[in-house]
Ligand binder design. Structure first.
Ligand code: FAD
Length: 436
């Protein structure tokens, strides 16, 4: 029997209130690790994201490769651990991980959908309170402390009262809404519309796989109306899909401009496909299987107690408050036509992210993790890749755990370093990298 009765309701003035020890804003590589770590430390943790899905750019932008997890040289070792071990193990068991050599290190190709699924189950298991489709509207700052965040969701407004905040929004959105100073690049840093291709001839991937495809772009890009003259295609062995990173689009921060840039990025991706279909025989029947969310590199970021500089990155000096490390080259997307690379030749090169670059100068309980920490544009062009983002997320959670009701500017650094020891000192050769 179908129940045919209905009832009428009206909007009430009530607003949901969530009380938490830690609020993590942004569920990308950095925010996921921050929320997981914080909840596992026993802190009541809320994680919110404007998107209806978890994973930020790690999942939604279809990046295809995790960079910055391994050292350089002939036998790269992994340098970031923690919940990353679980994520990689899960992907490996699902045959959704593939190690490949690139730029004198190892990068990991991964299946984005399965990676997102891992994140969902891990966060639920850790009892993180998750709010998706939740956009920050207002942030309250009292006497150098963030005390509450007002959030709009499809189903109504939510007020979050918390002891500390991790800004893992990539765009310093918490600092921005709190009225704190943030930085912007003087020279725009270009974003990329990523796409996943299918329908190519999988027996002939050698024809297009890797960075060599840039030769074709260089010669023909004007004819096809393409901004960029470099880039790469990475075929995913056994999965008959390929990740394409060959476009550039601006990342403006005004709402209409951002939307226009997104649509222009998709147009650039269609032009790349037209070029590939016409010029590469094994791509004749290729199709775009999926367009990623707009790929955003740098928009706004923190003014922290310390700005990480390119000189510090080049020197590889380890500061007392180091919390994350990597050896990824400087990958500057600061011109429409392409990328400028600065490689670190020595296999033992490693550079570090200090906690001071993550803690906002003018607040005591606000820490950034991921691509919106404070650095000059060249330093950020290295440390924003996902390996160090994972490590920064963990570090942000530990720093807040060690400073409840106190200032992040006075964290006990020796205690913090002992908790983060694996991400600062351990090295491991993963089974999936052997023979690569
Ligand atoms: C095109 C492109 C290709 C790249 N390729 C690689 C690669 O191959 N390998 C690699 O390791 N790195 C790559 N990078 C770099 C790397 O992807 C990013 O720097 C990294 O993923 C950043 O992670 P994050 O957690 O800091 O931020 P993000 O992944 O950007 O996550 C930020 C989250 O915050 C949310 N958010 C933002 N504003 C609000 C708001 N107001 N309210 C609520 N939520 C909000 C967003 O929805 C988002 O989910 C690439 C970057 C780009 C743009």
């Amino acid at each position: 029997m179908i129940d045919k009765r209905t009832r009428t309701v009206r909007k009430t003035a009530d607003k949901s209130i969530i009380d938490a020890d830690v609020c993590v804003v942004g569920a990308g590589a950095a925010g996921l690790m921050a929320a997981l770590t914080s909840a596992r430390l026993g802190r009541r943790t809320v994680l919110l994201d404007a998107m209806p899905t978890l994973g930020g750019q790690l999942v939604g932008t279809l990046l295809g490769t995790i960079c910055g997890l391994y050292s350089n040289g002939p036998e790269p070792v992994r340098v970031t651990f923690g919940a990353v071990d679980e994520m990689l193990g899960y992907l490996d068991r699902a045959s959704a991980l593939h190690a490949r050599r690139a730029l004198d290190t190892i990068v990991l190709q991964y299946d984005e959908m399965l990676c997102g699924r891992w994140a969902e189950t891990a966060l639920v298991e850790a009892k993180v309170d998750i709010l998706l489709g939740a956009i920050i509207r207002e942030v309250r700052l009292d006497d150098r402390r963030i005390t509450s965040l007002e959030v709009a969701t499809r189903w109504g407004d939510v007020s979050i009262r918390c002891g500390g905040v991790v800004d893992a929004s990539g765009d310093a959105t918490v600092a921005w809404h709190a009225g704190l100073e943030v930085r912007e690049p003087v020279t725009p840093q270009w974003g990329t519309q990523m796409v996943t291709l299918e329908g190519f001839d999988p027996s002939a991937v050698a024809e297009f796989d890797g960075f060599g495809i840039a030769d074709l772009l260089k010669k023909r890009r004007a004819e096809y109306g393409l901004a960029r003259e470099d880039g790469f295609i990475f075929a995913f062995p056994g999965r008959d899909v390929a990740t394409v990173n060959m476009t550039h689009m601006p990342n403006p921060t005004d709402p209409s401009g951002a939307t226009r840039a997104t649509l222009d990025g998709r147009d650039q991706a269609d032009r790349v496909l037209a070029l590939l279909r016409a010029e590469v025989p094994s791509m004749r029947s290729a199709r775009i299987r999926a367009y990623g969310m707009p790929g955003i590199r740098q928009t706004r970021w923190f003014v922290s107690a310390h700005q990480l500089t390119i000189e510090e990155v080049r020197s590889g000096a380890r500061p007392d408050d180091a919390v994350a490390r990597c050896s990824w080259p400087v990958e500057a997307h600061d011109r429409a036509e392409g990328v400028s690379w600065e490689m670190f030749g020595a296999p033992e090169h490693m550079h570090y992210v200090p906690l001071r670059s993550m803690v906002h100068r003018d607040a005591d309980n606000l820490v950034a993790a991921g691509r919106c920490i404070d650095g000059d544009t060249a330093a950020l062009a290295s440390v924003r890749v996902m390996g160090p983002c994972f490590a920064m997320g963990q570090a942000a959670a530990h720093a807040l755990d060690l400073s409840p009701r106190r200032s992040l500017h006075n964290v006990d650094l020796s205690l913090l370093a002992s908790r983060l020891r694996p991400n600062l000192d351990h090295a491991h050769r993963d089974s999936w990298t052997l023979g690569v």
